[in-house]
Each structure stands twice: as C-alpha cells, then as structure tokens.
Design a protein around this ligand. Structure first.
Ligand code: OSB
Ligand code: MG
Length: 373
C-alpha cells in the first residue's frame, strides 16, 4: 500500500482495580493508538504499549508519540509500496523505540491484511482457534485481599495465575496461594527486575512451591546472573524485559539464562520479530507464551493471533476485557472456559467502536498527512 495519512490519539481507560507491580501502581491505562490510511482506501489500527513513565523499559507514551509522528511516519510515507515485512527495514536506520515501531507495523499489518482478506492469525501461522489464558495478579494490600482476588480469577476459569512479587512480597504470598488452592493450580511469579544476584539464595526458597516459572528476577542486562540463578534453582527461569529481539533470544538460550520466554510484540519491535523469536525458541525446544501490557481490545486481538502459533504452549497474559476495563475501545473479549477465541476476521479481526473511541479519547488527536510535493 501507499501510506496516505495517519492519526495518533491517546485513550484513557480506567482500570477496574489498581495494578501494582514492583515498578509502581497504575490506576488508568493511557494507550496510544495509531490509525493508518492507504491511498487506495486501506485502513488499519495499531496500538503502542509504551506506558506513561519509562519504568518497564526506556520508552514512554509521549516520547513514543513524538517518535512516531516525527520520524517513523515520515520514513514510511517515503516508501512507494509498503508491505508489512517492509516496515521494520524502512525504520531500521532509526535506533531503538521498539514499542513505537511495533505500533506502526501493527497498523500496516491490519490495513494490508484487511485489503487482502486475510487474518493476522493466518498470516502469522496460527494453528489454534482459541488460546488458553491466565491472569497477572498485582501486589495486593493484604494477604486476605490477595486470596480473594486469586479465588475470583480461578472461579472465572483462568488456566494460570501469575503473582507479581517484590522483596517483602514473595515467599509468603506464594506459599499461601499454593496452600489455599492446591498443587493443581498452574502458578507463576513475575519480579519485573526487583531482585539482584545477592538475593539468589532467597529466591531459591520459591522452589518449594512448584512454580511453573519465575519471570525476570534480575536486571534486563544481566544474562549471566540469570544463568547462574537458573543453575541453582529447580524453578524454570523465564525472561521478559531481557529479550528484545530474536538475536537476544538465541543468546539467552545459548547462555542458559532462561528455559522459557515471554514474548511481547511491543518490547521486540513488532509481531513479525515476535514470530521470529517464537521460531528460534521452538527450534531450541524452549516454550514461549504471550505477555501483556494491559492492552486495549486492539492490542489483545493481535496478541491472541500471535498466541495461536504452535510454540505458544503456556497460557498467555491475555485476560478477558472485564479483568482490565469496564469499557474498552472494542467489543469485549470473554473467557470461554479457560480460553479466549482467536479473532478470525480480516486483519487484527476487530475494529474500534467509534463512539467508545471518541468518548475515551483524551488530549490531542494528531493527524499526520503525507507531505505533498
Ligand atoms: O511484566 O508482564 C509484565 C503489565 C505492564 C508491564 C509489564 C507487565 C505487565 C503485566 C500485565 O504483567 C499482563 C497483562 O496485560 O495482563
Ligand atoms: Mg513480566
């Protein structure tokens, strides 16, 4: 397609409950949405998963909006025949900003696949009509509150519970959840880099609780530290923040720094790089699962398509809409047993509801036109 125009808007979605991690507490998801329009009437939507502050990674929402408007879209306007696979190469001379790049690649994928009449799931190589999903449970105000929350999610049908942990909120909540809900519960923990190698012995205490994985205990750069911890612990180490490309994934696997990978398209620069990480992991017998960034229905639709690939053998952080928001920009996703159906419509398979979109839009709506010459 020939890119003719684009639009950036920020929507504000209040979370149904505050989400606390070792990185901070969120009460509202401000999400940056990208709409692209092709010269032949194509239309597509992308979502940038950068958060308000650069705490999970170095990107943040307003910075990503500026990078998209000022650098990424102008580079794409210059491409005469824009194909989804051509987006990353056309942006490769611009360093970093994977979440910003992933958002425009998603919008182009949506627009081009819609025009071709193909779904993202089919385009990526999905093999499942629905995917098993879990829920990521924030750090609670008390142990009673945690048990209530976990109980509610298990009753709803979720296939796996992930507990956010940090120093001071780790062994005890994990022990209590395991004791209360039994050994059949698939349970994992995510530290979001809150520990250091000095905590290795303490973390090894988690081995007593039969966790399916321990996600990102150390700094993103510390592959060696993760490899040492993996050698000490029975619990499989899973990397999230550390893995930003297929090359990183190969290096982490070779270094034995992880035996499981959390794949988030935003973190790695897009759905096509996400698929390459899946391929590298699969070739090495490393299971992967789809992470989440509290996406709106647009990003979760695309994540469901990715999670339909054969190597996504663990439940993803792709929960039903009601777990995040009372109102979203798309129709709500609902649990069916322990799974959510993979959208099979063209492109990402969902589109924003214009009324909800306008109601949730905050701040500026910026239109970026193709420079005429
Ligand atoms: O580390 O997986 C993470 C949300 C924001 C930033 C980082 C993470 C998360 C989650 C939420 O765990 C998962 C979801 O979207 O359900
Ligand atoms: Mg994580």
């Amino acid at each position: 397609m020939k890119l003719a125009a684009a639009e950036l808007r920020t929507v504000a979605l209040p979370l149904v409950t505050p989400f606390r991690t070792s990185l901070g507490t969120q009460t509202v998801r401000n999400a940056l949405l990208v709409r692209v329009l092709g010269a032949d009437g194509e239309e597509g939507w992308g979502e940038c998963v950068a958060e308000d502050e650069p705490t999970y990674c170095s990107e943040y929402l307003e910075g990503a909006a500026e990078v998209i408007r000022r650098f990424l879209l102008p580079a794409l306007f210059a491409v005469p025949n824009l194909d989804p696979a051509g987006v990353a190469p056309a942006l490769a001379h611009l360093r970093g900003h994977p979440m910003a790049k992933a958002a425009v690649e998603m919008a182009v994928l949506d627009a081009v696949l819609r025009a071709r009449g193909t779904s993202l799931a089919v385009h990526l190589g999905g093999v499942r009509p629905s995917v098993r999903v879990g829920v990521s449970v924030g750090i609670a105000g008390s142990l009673d509150e945690l048990l209530d929350t976990v109980d509610r999610h298990i009753s709803a049908g979720y296939a796996r519970i992930k507990l956010k942990i940090e120093p001071g909120w780790d062994l005890e909540p994990v022990r209590l959840v395991r004791e209360t809900f039994g050994t059949a519960l698939m349970l994992t923990v995510d530290a979001n880099t809150a520990y250091s190698p000095a905590d290795a012995r303490h973390l090894a205490g988690l081995d007593a609780y039969g966790l399916a994985l321990l996600e990102q205990p150390y700094d993103p750069d510390d592959l060696h530290g993760h490899a040492e911890l993996a050698a000490k612990m029975d619990t499989p180490i899973c990397l999230d923040e550390s893995i930003t490309s297929a090359r990183d994934a190969a290096a982490a696997i070779r270094a034995r720094a992880c035996s499981i990978i959390n794949i988030k398209p935003g973190r790695v620069g897009g759905y096509l790089e996400a698929r390459r990480i899946h391929d590298v992991a699969q070739a090495n017998g490393v299971p992967v699962w789809c992470g989440g960034m509290l996406e709106t229905g647009l990003g979760r639709a695309a994540n469901l398509a990715l999670a339909a690939l054969p190597g996504f053998t663990l439940p993803g952080d792709i929960s039903a809409t009601a777990r995040y928001y009372d109102s979203d920009v798309t129709a709500a996703f609902e649990l069916d047993g322990d799974s959510i159906g993979v959208p099979d419509g063209q492109g990402i398979g969902v589109a924003p509801d214009r009324v909800a979109l306008d109601r949730l839009t905050v701040g500026s709506l910026r239109r970026v036109g193709r420079p005429s010459r």
